[in-house]
Ligand binder design. Structure first.
Ligand SMILES: N[C@@H](CCC(=O)N[C@@H](CS)C(=O)NCC(=O)O)C(=O)O
Length: 340
């Protein structure tokens, strides 16, 4: 009797575990059922996730969510956005409040292994930098001993800053804020001598200043910040969808497929192209998606290069060079495994 009870308890326990995993695995199904993706973004960061004058969210991180909506629901507009501060972002994903976190979030070992979350890839290779007022007359970060530093709480930025100053035997006075708006205002109000964040964000924040030309970005890049979308651990179906949506956009760029050219490509003869856009075979099936999943991503959001240029590159106010984010075949490190 006792043995049976233990066995029954064990069975119930493993069932609970299984049910837990099964429900956690259901984001793809849940998204299909509700008909939209709940996407966690920043509170406002030009180029990455920022509402335009009509309140429509725009940016490279927003495009990841739009692309996943195109892949899963055939409609890139089926996304709802949850603005999150750096401190709030992981809890929002863990609790199920959002389906995907796409908010300039650095992939680190601690985050990947201790939060019950998985990074699904990298949509921007970044590194941490410093911005100072030109009046300060500083040309290098190594001249910042004793500086007051404006910084955002709950970020890798805080940790790298501590490492950098310690390594270079310098001291600093942290002035911490919760949102990028507050951080910029603090910098403008002279609460600090220097603002530090991911370098891409320095360019984004600089254009938020009343007088952008009064500030400059110092040459040092003190860390690696691979930024990418995050999902819950134990949700492999959803993880695959997000990961391969990103890969599809990168592969599309490599294959020369753009939002404008993808329709004509359906009648082309390149086997790799035909496979990616579902004109031959059905690689959507393994993902639980329709065969035109990648076609929809490209037709509705463009390829990775198009995401980059319109949001942060030459066609945007930020004008960031492709650099590390160029394709591996063009001198960068943006690389996606093959769709086959
Ligand atoms: N990539 C770093 C930094 C992310 C971060 O939150 N940076 C601030 C820099 S200003 C930001 O983007 N804030 C946007 C917001 O306030 O919503 C991380 O993952 O910790």
């Amino acid at each position: 009797m006792k043995k049976t009870l233990i066995a029954a308890t064990a069975a119930a326990f493993s069932l609970t575990m299984f049910t837990g995993a099964a429900s956690a695995e259901g984001t793809l199904e849940a998204v299909k059922k509700k008909g939209f993706i709940q996407c966690g973004v920043s509170t406002g960061l030009p180029g990455f996730s920022n509402p335009d004058s009509k309140g429509n969210w725009k940016g490279l991180d927003v495009d990841v969510c739009r692309a996943v909506a195109a892949a899963v629901l055939g409609d890139s507009e089926k996304v709802k956005y949850t603005p999150l501060t750096a401190k709030e972002r992981f809890t929002a994903l863990q609790s199920g409040e959002i389906d995907i976190l796409s908010r300039n979030t650095t992939w680190t070992q601690t985050r990947d292994t201790s939060l019950g979350l998985n990074f699904a890839g990298v949509n921007y290779y970044d590194g941490q930098g410093f911005m100072v007022s030109k009046n300060l007359g500083v040309k290098s970060a190594l001249e910042l001993d004793g500086a007051a530093v404006c910084i955002q709480a709950g970020t890798t930025t805080e940790l790298n800053l501590a490492d950098y100053f310690r390594e270079n035997k310098m001291s600093y006075d942290p002035v911490t804020f919760d949102t990028s708006d507050q951080t910029v205002k603090g910098f403008e109000a002279g609460r600090c001598d220097v603002l530090t964040s991911d370098q891409s964000q320095l360019y984004a924040l600089r254009i938020k200043l009343a007088k952008p030309e009064s500030a400059m970005v110092l040459p040092e890049v003190i860390s690696k910040e691979p930024l990418g979308p995050v999902v819950r651990q134990g949700d492999d179906g959803w993880f695959n969808v997000v990961k391969w949506t990103l890969f599809a956009a990168v592969n599309a760029e490599e294959l020369g497929l753009t939002a404008d050219s993808v329709e004509a490509a359906l009648k082309g003869s390149n086997p790799g192209v035909l496979r990616l856009i579902g004109a031959e075979g059905n690689l959507g099936e393994n993902l639980g998606l329709s065969k035109d999943w990648a076609y929809n991503v490209i037709a509705q959001t463009g390829n990775y290069g198009e995401w980059f240029e319109r949001n942060v590159g030459a066609d945007s106010p930020l004008k960031i060079a492709r650099g590390l984010n160029a394709l591996w075949s063009k001198g960068g490190i943006m690389y996606a495994p093959p769709v086959r």
